[in-house]
Design a protein around this ligand. Structure first.
Ligand code: NAD
Ligand code: UGA
Length: 454
């Protein structure tokens, strides 16, 4: 039996290892983390993250060949393959602050692996890392006093939150990068063998190490770029009478462009898009590629603009003052299907509204605990599970996360309970705007002119 270890039991480590353990019963899969609370939760049915279908997969493998532990040192020694899936946030201090990846967690892990290893290991970069990080990883691993053989492989993760299990079960591709040496290629094959248990051969892509590292940053940058592109167009639609949904549909029907990731909204959020693009910007600058850096920076700038723009629209529509007005914020997660609020557009929007001295009533079906934490120091915020309570007496409602349950609300009841005129800003273009205007709302979609009741 081969021993797989994963260091980092977060959004990536937990689900990825659960799916590997499910499909590879002959491997023993152990997941470790320095966060004891997180590990304790992985051992219960109250998992530390919410992902549809995750609990079923964990239950199938946990205790059979999937284990969650806190002793990282002890887990390293017997492992044959070590996935490193620790967090790599944006650096908040010193050189590169606000752009470069903070590699302290990753480097600590590399040193720990070097210190605790007594047998050969394949070390897999699962975290998203700057290109050529494997070089530093190898330097640290090979600086250990022992003569242990280490092979470093890049195997970035492309899952999206909310669909993690479906993405892992049926990935578009699995990318594995390794050195062209004999042992490098053996390591690549060892990782490919794991995925071959359920992923068709033609979707397992092998490349050199640097291409694999850079492909991950590039994929996220391309996805985010599409969102910023359609959001740039959405602003033009709001001024010109075009409807961004119609434009996106017409553009996306071109097979060369395709229909995905053309949904205009309040901007992209989540733990990675912003961080990974800024990392790409930083890398370009490090290599002296200032034009390339500026190009990618603009994707982030456009995203920030989209959030500011909807708040400006609200101020303009509501007679140039939000002071003392109650605004219901529907949705706080960075997208539907998750409790994650990292870099959520809702937080930026809430802060901008609070700057205008508005009072907020925030609701979300899954992310309310995180919302409370994110806004712990903010004044004038109420939190409620019940959207009908949030809208009670509100002057405006803004939809910031496109949870399907918000499309199913009784908007007549909502309208009746709000202050009038009742403003509705649909930051996700989820709702039936014509029907809402019919009810009496003053409706402001994204990327289309407002619909005002006759
Ligand atoms: P996360 O913060 O949810 O989890 C990381 C975990 O690593 C934490 O639980 C933390 O306690 C643990 N950790 C940190 N240092 C450690 C150490 N020295 N020893 C043991 N554990 C340690 O992060 P995540 O969302 O799972 O992301 C992990 C990596 O995967 C990042 O590089 C991210 O960019 C990348 N990624 C994330 C996603 C996503 O959807 N969240 C998707 C693809 C790739
Ligand atoms: C994204 C990528 O989709 C994954 O492939 C990648 O592995 C992951 O980042 C990562 O590296 O962390 P994720 O952030 O979980 O996944 O979610 P997405 O579905 O990509 O959505 C990101 C943001 O873009 C959300 O705020 C979403 O609302 C927004 N979005 C998405 C739009 O505004 N418009 C769209 O058309 C699509």
């Amino acid at each position: 039996m081969e021993n797989i270890l994963c260091i980092g039991a977060g959004y990536v480590g937990g689900p990825t290892m659960a799916v590997i353990a499910k499909h590879c019963p002959e491997y023993r899969v152990e997941v470790v983390d320095i966060n004891a609370e997180r590990i304790a939760a992985w051992r219960t049915d109250d998992l530390p993250i919410y992902e549809p279908g995750l609990l079923e997969v964990v239950r199938e493998a946990r205790g059979r060949n999937l284990f969650f532990e806190t002793d990282v040192d002890a887990a390293i020694a017997p492992a044959d393959i070590i996935f490193v899936s620790v967090n790599t946030p944006t650096k908040t201090f010193g050189e590169g602050a606000g752009q470069a990846a903070d590699l302290q967690y990753w480097e600590r892990t590399a040193r720990q692996i070097a210190r605790c290893s007594t047998s050969p290991k394949i070390v897999v970069e699962k975290s998203t890392l700057p290109v050529r990080t494997a070089e530093a990883m190898e330097a640290i691993l090979h600086s250990a006093a022992s003569e242990v053989q280490f092979d470093v492989v890049s195997n970035p993760e492309f899952l999206a939150e909310g669909t993690a299990i479906a993405d892992l079960e049926n990935p578009d591709r699995v990318l594995i990068g390794g050195h062209p040496t004999a042992s490098g290629q053996r390591a690549v094959e060892a990782i490919a063998d794991i995925y071959r248990h359920w992923v068709p051969e033609e979707r397992i892509l092998t490349t050199n190490l640097w291409s694999s590292e850079l492909s991950k940053l590039t994929a996220n940058a391309f996805l985010a770029q599409r969102i910023s592109s359609i959001n740039a167009v959405s602003a033009l639609c709001e001024c010109s009478g075009a409807d961004v949904r119609e434009v996106a549909r017409a553009v996306g029907m071109d097979r060369r462009i395709g229909p995905n990731f053309l949904r205009a909204g309040v901007g992209f959020g989540g733990s990675c898009f912003r961080k990974d693009i800024l990392n790409l910007v930083y890398l370009c600058r490090q290599y002296g590629l200032s034009e390339a850096a500026d190009y990618w920076q603009q994707v982030v700038n456009m995203n920030d603009y989209r959030k500011r723009r909807i708040v400006r629209t609200m101020i303009g529509a509501m007679y140039n003052t939000l002071a003392g007005k109650r605004i219901a914020v529907l949705g706080f997660a960075f997208k539907p299907g998750t409790s994650d609020t990292r870099d959520t557009p809702a937080l930026t929007i809430c802060k901008l509204l609070l700057d205008e001295n508005a009072t907020l009533a925030i609701t979300d079906p899954r992310a309310l605990d995180n919302a409370r934490k994110d806004l712990a120091d903010a004044p004038r915020c109420e939190f409620t599970d019940d959207p009908y309570e949030a809208v009670q007496g509100a002057h405006a409602l803004i939809l910031t996360t496109g949870w399907p349950e918000y499309a199913a609300l009784d908007y007549r009841r909502v309208h009746e309970s709000m202050a009038h005129p009742a403003f509705l800003f649909d930051g996700c273009n989820l709702l039936d705007h014509a029907a809402l205007a019919e009810i009496g709302f003053r409706v402001y979609p994204i990327g289309a002119p407002p619909l005002l009741p006759a």
